[in-house]
Every structure is written in C-alpha cells, then in structure tokens.
Design a protein around this ligand. Structure first.
Ligand SMILES: Nc1ncnc2c1ncn2[C@@H]1O[C@H](COP(=O)(O)OP(=O)(O)OP(=O)(O)O)[C@@H](O)[C@H]1O
Length: 656
C-alpha cells in the first residue's frame, strides 16, 4: 500500500503503535535499514525502514473528501483523513467512487433534510460533499439516462450503520421517484414503511447494536418509463432463528415481543399477556428495556406502518396472536413422567400457558400437548409413538416456537411484497443490498459461516467489478493490462460451495442418522487435508479454520448439524395445519404428497447457497455502487474514533 518515498533524517513519518495503531513522529537517525523515530507522544521507536510511512505535512487541516487525492495513499494516511473529518462531523468520504460512511452515533438532521435532497438532485458526482444521496443520485441518473439497472451494496459490521444508510437511500429514491403531494398508501410510502415493520419482527438489541437486523435484505425498487417508483420487491436472507428461544444479557429477543407486552391493556388482556419479565423467552436476559426505544409507542407505530403496507386489521390481529402464542409456548415446562424417558406438563402454571397457546393458535390443546411430549416414528411396518424425556420435550417446544416465528416472518415479508406489488412492465430498477458484514468472534458457528460465505461472494463480485473497470481504463490508456494480477478468492468459494465442499459435506452428515459433529469434523479434516484455505487447529477435535479473504476464522462444529437441518417435526406441521384459524393454518400449508413421502433432504445451507446464487445473478446484471459503513467505536457513542477498531474494518472491507 505504501508509496516509496525518500525518508531522511528530519522526515515527518508514521510508525506503528500498539495502542493507537499509527503514531506520527520525526526521524532522528537512520542506520542501514533501521530508522529511529521520536514520536509526537514522547516515545522513541526503532523500526525497519519498510514500516515507516511518510506523513503529508501539507494535508489540508480538514482532510480531503476523496482519499484518492491524498498525497500518500497508505493506511495511516487514510486513517488520519477519516479521523480528521469525523471530528468535524464530516462522516462521509469517497475513495474514488466508493463512499465510506463513518457512523456518527448522533442524529445529524441537517444532513438529510429535504433541502439537502434538493441540492444533490442532478448534481455532478464530486461537485458536492460526499453523501449517500450522491450515490443514490448517480444510480438513478444512470438508470434513467442509460436504461441500466443499478444496485447499491451497503456493507459493514454490525452497528456500522447499514440499515440507517439504506433507509436514507430509499428516502432519497422515494423523493426522486415519488409523486408530490400524494398522501397515504403510495408505492413509495409503502416501500418506506416496510422498514419499521421488518424491524419490529427482524431486529433486536444485541451487544453490538441496539437495533440490529438479524436478517439480510435486498430491496429492488422498480421504476416506470418516467422514472417514478412503480413497484418493489423485498428479499430477505437467513433470519436468526435461535434468538426466539435463547438470549443472554445484555441482549434482547425480537422487538415485537416487547412491543406487544407494552401494548394498551385491551390488547394485552386479549392475548393474556403479562409483564415481559414473566416470559422465559424474554427473561433469560436481564435486559427488558432499551434506552431510546419506547416499546408502547413502537407497538402503535408498528400497527400504523402495517396499515400502510397493506396488512389489514384482521391480519394484524392474527400476527400478534401468534407472537403472543410463542411467548406462552416458552413458558410450558415439563417434569419427568411415570414411565422411563417420558414427560408430563410440569404444573398448573405450565398448563395455563399450554391452554392459552392452543387458544391463541386455535388448535387442539390435547394435540399440542401430544406434539410436545411424544414423537411418532414411521417404520415400514407400523407407526410407533415414542415418549420424550423432559429435555427432549423442551427441545421440541423450542423447535415449535422457532418454526412458528420464522414462518411468521416469511409471511410478513411475502405479504408486504404482494401488497406493494411488482410492476410487470418495469424495465428499470435499483437494488439496495443491506447485508451482514464479515464476522469473526470467539465462538463462530454455522451462522457465521453463512455470513462469511456471503461476504466472500460479495468480495468476488467487487473484485470482478474493479478488475473490469481497471481493464477498461488500461485499455483506454493503451496499457497492456494482461499483466495486472487479479486478486482471486475463488479457492475459498470452492472450499465452501463446490461439489464435495463444506456445505455438501454438511448436508451429507445431516442425512446420515449416525453422524455427529465429531464425525463431520473428521470428514472435513480428511477431505481438506491439503486445501490451502482449510486448517485443522492443533489439539482440536471438532474445530476447523477457514482462511477467508479477510482473515482466518475458526468455526466450532458443535451445532452445525442441527442448525443446518431444515425440517419441521411432522406432529407440529399437522397440528398447526389443522388450526381453525385460517392465518395459522396458512403458515403451515399441507405438503404435497410427493415431498412428504419422499425423503428429499432440504438444508438451510443449500437453500442459502441457492438464494446467494440468485442474488449474485441479479447483482451481476446491474451497475454496482458501493457504500462501506464503518463503526468508529464499540461504545456506540458519538465523537469517539478508535483507530485500531477502524483499521480492522478497513482491512476486512472492500479494499480490493
Ligand atoms: N447516518 C446516521 N445518523 C445517525 N445515526 C446513525 C447513522 N447511522 C447509524 N446510526 C446509529 O447507529 C445505530 C446502528 O446503525 P444500523 O442499525 O444502521 O447498523 P447496521 O450496520 O445495520 O447493524 P446490523 O448489522 O446490526 O443490523 C443506529 O441505530 C443509529 O443509532
């Protein structure tokens, strides 16, 4: 990344620093390749010449709004520029045509008002300060003038500001492509109001973000010949199901549960709800309230947004009935039954919740009980009913809650899509992708693998795009571009998605009744023994490391098999399919004879792979624009810019 420069005694330079990442200083002496630097915080550093970077002493005090205008385009220079700008509340900076957005963690209202939108309308790119509106404007102009589909890819880690950025983009596009003076349920209003609805059911407070989207999202906004919004489609990816049943302090479950518990009394009484603290699915965490979120108000706001996106009163009623039922299901506990490995409903309290859940779901109470504590095993000769011990009954209960909730979420997305409607005549669209960034935690599971797989795909897409652009430029300038090396991550993608790759081996393990996470891990170790992108950590028997483009991530195989299995327990399916509530029954439509009989295996991993393939096809047919969101600190507070944190993100990000 460094630009070769003449470093001599007296030069102002940057050197590495363990806490600040980079610190500036002055070269006091040079011996062979060793440079002695007196840093501005009073330290003396001796380091290799290759690790010393020149500092631009003529850089404007407020930084530059496009990094390509920096005299030295190296890491400390980029970082310094972003930090300087951030201090002045200049949160946006370009790197060529890519927009970097540093989360301000405070409302900068003047940045997004109508006056600002008007300014960016039709302005030449680069003429005004960097802004999300400028990116949306370019996408819109390209679509109108050149008849091309465009997409805007918003990336960054959790809490970096992707969803907020996406909302600004959509507001700007609605401003450009909306009808003035029309109130109510216009297409653009519906597109905008779909956000609060999706957030109520798909967002939660996490350690990293008080309003974290627990799903990926691609919104396609369609336009008619005159450039007006004429339809939209929302595709969502991989909702985090485990959150419904399991949370830890200081996180919360999905917002809608708390909104509903804080609803007006006539609503809570109808659903026999009590304080949020009385529900197991919520009280596993001590965090019930979130600063800045008023659950009671949000309940009403969600209902209003649902009105606008076309979810009618009756459907809203059914949706919240199902949400309440999930809470009641979580309070059903089991005790050991008389026979070995059997269980019974624990006590009156559990029975109350069992009855209430069955009332709300309008299904037979005895059948619900049976579905929780027994399992039918179909053999060629007969059907055997097996009882479940309390531990398995709890697992069955949680599986039911997760299935109901994820079906509900899918229903809501589908309903919004039908209600907004697609414009069959539209030839032009702008897609906005808001999807989880690269993740590497202490413990990484199946979800992280899917997320990082997505990021590998997006990185490849980015590489190909940049490569194509460079190729065009070099051809224009008549440089022989065939010598330019193309950074390629195809080998990681092969490891994950190819025939015989990670996803395929996981599916295979899920189909084998006797597989365990140990046998799965062993299989990976032998298959990928010589794969450069795969490492077996020493001493581990079930962990495996993937060498991703953004760094090594070690995954724990423990829950991979369970998390990949995509089947609904037959008893649960039958129970809810038979509900007298048409809404609930529609969440569990009868399976076609064929698929229920055939043992065709479906897995979350393979389904996700197909979804990603289709997303990549869509993206490839569009002209892409990139916005890279950066989270300046983990305290979620304004005016704090932590160098090491930001560098990490720049390194994992779309740096090419
Ligand atoms: N442009 C902005 N102006 C003001 N506040 C912002 C802005 N961008 C982000 N924030 C603040 O940061 C928080 C986190 O942002 P956001 O929810 O968009 O992150 P995200 O990248 O979508 O995270 P996740 O992946 O967890 O969903 C927001 O709730 C908001 O408080």
């Amino acid at each position: 990344m460094g630009t070769p420069a003449n470093i001599i005694v007296g030069s102002h330079v940057w050197v590495e620093d363990p806490t600040l990442a980079w610190i500036d200083g002055e070269v006091v002496s040079i011996k062979n390749n060793e440079v002695h630097v007196q840093t501005s915080n009073g330290k003396k550093v001796n380091t290799d010449r290759s690790k010393v970077f020149p500092k631009d002493m003529e850089a404007p005090p407020g930084g530059v709004d496009d990094m390509t205008r920096l005299s030295y385009l190296h890491e400390p220079g980029v970082l310094q520029n972003l930090a300087t700008r951030y201090e002045l509340n200049e949160i946006y900076t370009y790197t060529g045509s890519i927009l970097i957005a540093v989360n301000p963690f405070q409302r900068l209202l003047h940045l997004y008002d109508t006056h600002m939108m008007e300014q960016y309308k039709g302005a030449d790119f680069g003429e005004l300060s960097p802004h999300v509106f400028a990116i949306a404007d370019v996408a819109y102009r390209e679509m109108i003038n050149e008849g091309k589909n465009n997409s805007i890819l918003v990336s960054g880690e959790s809490g970096a500001g992707k969803t907020e950025t996406t909302k600004m983009l959509m507001r700007y596009l609605a401003h450009l492509g909306g009808r003035s003076g029309v109130e109510g349920r216009t297409v653009e209003q519906q597109v905008l109001e779909s956000n609060p609805v999706l957030e109520a059911f798909g967002n939660a407070k996490t350690v990293r973000n008080n309003n974290s989207s627990r799903f990926g999202k691609f919104v396609e906004i369609q336009f008619d010949k005159t450039g007006r919004i004429s339809g939209a489609a929302i595709r969502t990816y991989l909702l985090e199901r485990s959150r419904v049943c399991q949370i830890n302090t200081p996180e919360r479950n999905y917002h809608c549960f708390y909104f509903l518990c804080a609803a007006p009394p006539e609503d809570t009484q109808r659903y026999k709800l009590a304080d949020a603290r009385s529900f197991h699915y919520l009280n596993q965490s001590s965090c019930i309230e979130v600063e800045g979120i008023n659950d009671a108000e949000e309940y009403l706001a969600t209902r209003r947004a649902m009105d606008i996106v076309g979810i009618n009163e009756e459907e809203q009623e059914a949706i919240f009935r199902v949400v309440a039922a999930v809470l009641h299901i979580g309070n059903i506990n089991f005790a050991k039954g008389k026979e070995v490995d059997s269980s019974v409903i624990q006590d009156d309290n559990s029975r109350f919740h069992l009855n209430t859940a069955s009332e709300l779901l309008e299904c037979d109470c005895n059948n619900l009980e049976k579905a929780l504590i027994t399992r039918e095993i179909v053999t060629p000769e007969e059907i055997i009913t097996r009882t479940l011990d309390p531990e398995s009954a709890l697992a069955s209960r949680d599986a039911l809650a997760k299935t109901i909730y994820s079906r509900l979420f899918d229903w809501i997305v589908e309903k919004i899509n039908v209600s907004i409607g697609q414009d069959p005549n539209s030839k032009q669209l702008i897609g906005v992708l808001d999807i989880y960034g690269f993740e590497s935690f202490k413990i990484n599971s199946f979800e992280q693998l899917c997320i990082n797989y997505t990021n590998e795909k997006l990185q490849q897409h980015f590489n190909q795009h940049v490569f194509k652009m460079e190729q065009e430029e070099y051809t224009r300038e008549e440089i022989n571009w065939s010598y330019i090396e193309f950074v390629d991550n195809q080998d990681v993608l092969d490891l994950i998605e190819k025939k015989g790759g990670l996803i395929a081996l996981l599916d295979e393990a899920c189909m084998f009744p006797r597989s365990t996470h140990e046998t799965f891990a062993q299989k990976l170790y032998t298959t990928f023994k010589n794969n450069k992108r795969f490492v077996k950590p020493k001493l581990s028997r079930t962990d495996f490391t993937v060498v991703h483009y953004a760094g090594d991530v070690t995954y724990q195989a423990d829950h991979f098999l369970d998390k990949n299995k995509d089947y609904v327990v037959a008893e649960h399916q039958d129970l809810l399919n038979a509900s007298s509530c048409p809404f609930v029954a529609s969440l569990f439509p009868s399976l076609p004879e064929e698929s229920s009989k055939s043992s065709k295996f479906s897995s979350i991993g393979s389904r996700f792979k197909l979804q990603l393939q289709s997303l990549m096809e869509t993206l490839s047919s569009t002209e892409p624009h990139y916005i890279r969101c950066v989270k300046p600190n983990n305290l979620l507070k304004p005016a704090i810019f932590e160098n090491t944190n930001v560098i990490q993100q720049l390194r994992c990000g779309l740096s090419g």
